[in-house]
Design a protein around this ligand. Structure first.
Ligand code: GUN
Ligand code: FE
Length: 432
């Protein structure tokens, strides 16, 4: 189906490829052809009648959000057990909950709500962990396709340390991963794709990691996992993989860090060698500040990492994080950066609002293709914000209005979502 051409009118704000700079086009016009932004101009261009005009005068138009790390199967337990640290939190709350997703009805109900809420919050791109259950994971992918969202979806691999309810044998894990890839093949042309998902090093035997690494190389498949989140976890990884130099090297040693094709969540406690590995392989770090505070993991040194040239997107890490709305995570990233500066190193730098916005739009979006910014040649994946309730007391400039939306607003203020230039209607969440 060929796409239509559009001329959007409104107040545009976008991050750019370099962090730290936002561009504002007030009362401007964006010409979108075949789903791709051609240009934004302050003077209305004369266009032919093949172009449909869409008037959002006075509304903010921003790039859609990308959530580069969340667990669909933790939606129900989001908010529970935050008085524990990572490892007991996983065993006491998270693993028993994920085992419930062996049931189709339960999975269908939860995923319908999650997908609706992602759409509602303007998160049009996401990199998602499901559970070890293949059929539930395919169900999640179907619902994302149905809603017109773009996502990487992973069937989780765990052949050790999951307890009796959440563990596969190595053979099962291999067989189910291949079955998962086969079942995902029909979605090839949609924006929903599979991603290899070894949960984290302690969940996978060296044998399984080797097999997954070979598969990633052979089929050019992306990989997502967790690293350097919690001090007890890091010690555990050292004892499980004594031959690897450090945590990131465990993945590297098994060829599980495809260049430009890896999302690694948390990355709080990194050695300089690990940071160099992230930069060199152009790994996308999923910074999950809300989760890192909730389960007392720590504060990631975001400016230090950005200044080393590392790409950092934002993850809600549902259910370690407690909100889907990415504005909350931009604001959490800013708070973490300020607290780290105040408590540990006043000679360091704090992230700017522009950098936080860059993380949640451009940097995260870079994992999904040419998206995440309103710049020529990029897919027009955008949100329209009616910030009337947030800016009605006195006039604010466009950047101030954006800050009000990010810090004080939420999904109620998003009045339209576009993916590839096309309006994304409210998903039909009826559970079949
Ligand atoms: N490390 C391994 N599994 C998980 C998980 O589900 N959540 C978080 N935050 N860290 C993990
Ligand atoms: Fe996580």
């Amino acid at each position: 189906m060929s796409k239509k051409n559009y001329l959007f009118h409104g107040d545009f704000v976008t991050a750019r490829p370099e962090p730290g700079e936002l561009t504002v086009y007030e009362n401007a016009y964006a010409l979108v052809r075949d789903g791709v932004l051609e240009e934004i101009t302050l003077i209305k261009p004369s266009v032919g009648d093949d172009v449909i005009e869409v008037d959002w005068k006075g509304k903010l138009i921003i790039p859609a959000f990308s959530d580069v790390h969340l667990h669909a199967v933790q939606y129900v337990t989001t908010g529970l057990g935050y008085d524990k640290e990572l490892l007991p939190w996983l065993t006491d709350y998270t693993f028993p909950e994920e085992a419930r997703f062996a049931g189709r009805d339960y999975a269908a109900r939860v995923f319908a709500d999650l997908v609706y809420d992602l759409w509602s919050c303007g998160t049009l791109h996401s990199s998602i962990f499901s559970s070890i259950n293949t059929d539930a994971t395919v169900l999640l992918a179907e619902k994302l396709v149905g809603a017109g969202l773009s996502a990487y979806v992973g069937k989780v691999n765990m052949d050790r340390n999951g307890g009796i309810d959440l563990e596969e044998t190595t053979e099962e894990s291999i067989r189910e991963t291949l079955r998962y890839l086969d079942l995902m093949a029909p979605f090839e042309s949609s924006g929903v794709k599979p991603i290899l998902t070894p949960r984290f090093a302690p969940s996978c035997t060296p044998e399984l990691m080797r097999w997954l690494g070979d598969l990633s190389v052979k089929r050019k498949l992306p990989v997502q996992s967790h690293a350097n989140e919690n001090l007890d976890e890091i010690e555990w990884v050292k004892s499980l993989f004594p031959d690897s130099r450090d945590y990131m090297s465990v993945y590297h040693d098994f060829d599980l860090l495809p260049e430009r094709g890896t999302v690694m969540a948390h990355c709080i406690y990194n050695t300089d060698e690990e940071l160099e590995m992230m930069r060199e392989r152009d790994i996308l770090v999923a910074h999950c500040p809300a989760s890192n505070a909730n389960i007392a993991s720590g504060i990631m040194p975001s400016t230090y990492m950005i200044d080393k040239g590392i790409r950092i997107g934002l993850g809600s890490d549902i259910g370690g994080g407690n909100r889907l709305f990415m504005g909350y995570h931009m604001s959490s990233a800013m708070k973490h950066s300020r607290l780290r500066w105040a408590l540990t190193d006043r000679s360091s730098r704090i992230i700017s609002f522009a950098e936080a916005f860059w993380m949640g739009t451009f940097a995260g979006g870079s994992f999904f293709g040419k998206t995440g910014a309103l710049i020529p040649d990029y897919s027009f994946d955008a949100l329209v914000i009616d910030d009337g309730r947030l800016s009605r007391y006195r006039p604010l400039d466009v950047l101030e209005r954006l800050q009000r939306f990010i810090f004080v607003g939420d999904d109620r203020d998003i009045v339209a979502r576009y993916r590839g230039g096309e309006f994304l209607p409210e998903p039909n969440v009826m559970v079949k």
